[in-house]
Ligand binder design. Structure first.
Ligand code: IPE
Length: 281
């Protein structure tokens, strides 16, 4: 049972302050993941106040590329540092997390079709690791380098790894209908198009409309939920054809094989002491 879970950038970072991790939110999500012990889990995180800021500064988007190595590095470097932080905290919590950097592995052709080999991710999974990918810059034929969003990675990975379920952890508890209620189940985009502001085909890197379309196209049970969904409140905005769409960070009972490690890390189940900020390059 393979699960692909995206942690939205606005869940794990403080979007108002450049390059700032939201410590409490990230700790909560990390603790949920550690407690759930989901087998064959692939994590993807977004950019929040890290990559977007540099992408804006250097004019790089999913469709507008750049050949400026300094700018491309600045975007990637910020995401690499955020990834270090996420992977480090997961490891501190006893999760066997390892980084996978899309810039080093993938590319787009001139039509923007993504090629991202997944052998390393798949092998990490079968060896009991938790691969952690992230939104990034990626080389594109004829365009230099363009942005690849975490959402695009999620759909690519879900297809390539034949994932059994997909989750998007967002700042909202799900998809709201026009009266402000969370929609419990979505099977057709048309049913939520009005509430989502219609068919916004330019909405490539974010926005709920693009997310829901991509999840419906996948076919695998998928869910959009808020950061506290695994702590008791019900997840909302489920999409997909199956009633197995509930996504909870709970293990179906088959623990992943893990390398032996000291599980007595303070804070795995309680509060951990403040950890020193990781040195930045
Ligand atoms: C954006 O990724 C990646 C970069 C800007 C480098 P996402 O689009 O997935 O990030 P969030 O989740 O919206 O912050």
């Amino acid at each position: 049972m393979t699960t692909v879970l995206k942690l939205g950038g606005s869940v794990v970072t403080d979007k108002e302050t450049p390059e700032t991790v939201d410590d409490d939110a990230l700790d909560r999500v990390v603790d949920s993941i550690a407690d759930a012990d989901v087998p064959e889990l692939v994590l993807v995180h977004g950019a929040g106040s890290f990559g977007h800021h540099h992408a804006d500064k250097h004019g790089v988007t999913p469709t507008e590329g750049s050949h400026d190595a300094d700018g491309v590095w600045a975007i990637h470097d910020s995401m690499r540092r955020l990834n270090d932080e996420v992977v480090g905290r997961l490891q501190d919590a006893g999760v066997s997390a390892l980084p996978v950097h899309p810039l080093s592995a993938g590319a787009r052709d001139a039509d923007a079709t993504l090629s991202l080999p997944t052998a390393s991710t798949a092998t990490m999974l079968s060896e009991g690791f938790v691969p952690v990918l992230h939104g990034d810059v990626i080389a594109q034929s004829g365009a230099g380098a363009t942005i690849i969003s975490g959402d695009e990675l999620v759909t690519h990975l879900a297809r390539a790894l034949d994932a059994d379920r997909v989750g998007l952890c967002s700042t909202v508890p799900g998809v709201y209908d026009e009266s402000g209620e969370v929609v419990p189940r979505i099977t057709r985009f048309e049913d939520v198009a009005n509430a989502l502001g219609g068919s916004d085909s330019t909405d490539v890197t974010g926005g709920m409309a693009a997310k829901i379309r991509a999840l419906l196209d996948l076919g695998a049970p998928a869910s959009v939920f808020g950061p506290d969904a695994s702590r008791g409140s019900s997840p909302g905005g489920r999409s997909g054809p199956s009633s197995r769409a509930d996504f909870q960070l709970t293990s179906p009972g088959r623990p992943a094989p893990r390398p032996t490690r000291d599980r007595s890390v303070p804070g795995r189940r309680g509060r951990r002491p403040p950890r020193p900020t990781r040195p930045r390059r």
